[in-house]
Ligand binder design. Structure first.
Ligand code: ATP
Length: 304
């Protein structure tokens, strides 16, 4: 059974309430692979402008949810709706990934997918060019419209690479960059398509502590400076708890809890879900408990 720990639990699974501006919403999304139910009636409500984290033990269904939102998978049941900022709503269920991207959702992947033989700049320019109005013929003929589009995508790529901290590595081959830099490059490339929602699939995986701190700052700046809503899958609990406005927890394809980081980290169903899972997840639960104890100690001090 879903345990909602937000104060707005009545809204879960129902239609968008008039006073909540939801950018992305799912109703009862169910995805099956043969006899395995990877997502089981999942209701997601993402507010415009928020950083929403999706956590859960290995195999909980997090990537399946991302794949369903971005068109890589088509759930057998349910509804997925995106509400662009200029109004209206678009059904995403069954849409092709490039259509979903054009509508305003961009993602990164758990396993980095860059053009590893191209430079950092070229990787981002290719993504920026998907937003160009110039057609292939005008690009081939070098018509003024195409030259202008080329200049704009070049400027955009430079700006974004600076934004993610790769301005000194523009001309380095993507495959030769450090793991952390490749993750930043993937984020720049996703941002080049000008998304309203950015989906980050385990961006901290494989990064060192310094890179994690930089990533934390970057996610915040994407949210506040670029005004992009961020949906984040992450195993690193410290990062999740520090950066997310709200957290949704999946286990065995079901939503088991949802709320602010402090609400979720105190939730028995969340602790229970993580106990007995992989070593990585067991470490995560230790982080949750330690964070909670630290918070309780601070609250006690504040109360004195
Ligand atoms: N293409 C697929 N074919 C068959 N089963 C799949 C497929 N994709 C996901 N699954 C199954 O769905 C379940 C959820 O997997 P998913 O990758 O969504 O979990 P996750 O929470 O992202 O896990 P992790 O944290 O390990 O990445 C798993 O049992 C997985 O084996």
């Amino acid at each position: 059974m879903t345990t909602d720990v937000t104060s707005e639990s009545a809204a879960v699974g129902g239609p968008a309430s008039a006073d909540t501006d939801l950018v992305l919403e799912t109703w009862d999304v169910t995805l099956r692979f043969g006899g395995l139910t990877s997502l089981d009636h999942v209701n997601l409500q993402m507010r415009r402008g928020e950083i929403l984290a999706v956590i859960g033990p290995n195999g909980a269904g997090k990537t399946s949810l991302f794949n369903s939102l971005t068109g890589a998978y088509t759930p057998q049941e349910g509804k997925i709706v995106f509400r662009p900022k200029d109004g209206g709503e678009k059904s995403l269920l069954g849409s092709k990934p490039h259509i979903v991207n054009r509508l305003g959702l961009a993602r990164t992947f758990q396993n980095i997918r860059l053009f590893s033989a191209l430079t950092a700049l070229e990787n981002v320019k290719i993504a920026a060019e998907t937003r160009l109005k110039a057609g292939p013929v005008s690009i081939m003929l070098g018509l003024p419209k195409a030259r202008k589009a080329e200049r704009l995508s070049d400027e955009r790529a430079h700006r974004l690479l600076k934004f993610v901290g790769l301005e000194d590595k523009l001309n380095e081959i993507a495959g030769s960059l450090s793991y952390g830099d490749q993750r930043s490059l993937e984020i720049a490339r996703a941002l080049a398509t000008d998304p309203q929602v950015l989906l980050l699939d385990e961006p901290a995986a494989g990064t060192n502590p310094t890179e994690k701190l930089e990533l934390e700052g970057l996610i915040r700046r994407i949210n506040t400076e670029l005004g992009v809503s961020v949906l984040l899958i992450e195993h690193d609990m410290r990062l999740v708890m520090s950066v997310a406005d709200r957290v949704m927890v999946l286990n065995f394809g079901k939503k088991i809890a949802e709320g602010t980081p402090s609400e979720v980290q105190q939730h028995p169903a969340v602790i229970e879900a993580y106990l007995g899972s992989s070593a990585e997840d067991a470490a995560a639960v230790q982080e949750i408990i330690a964070e909670h104890e630290h918070q309780s100690a601070s609250d006690a001090e504040d109360g004195q």
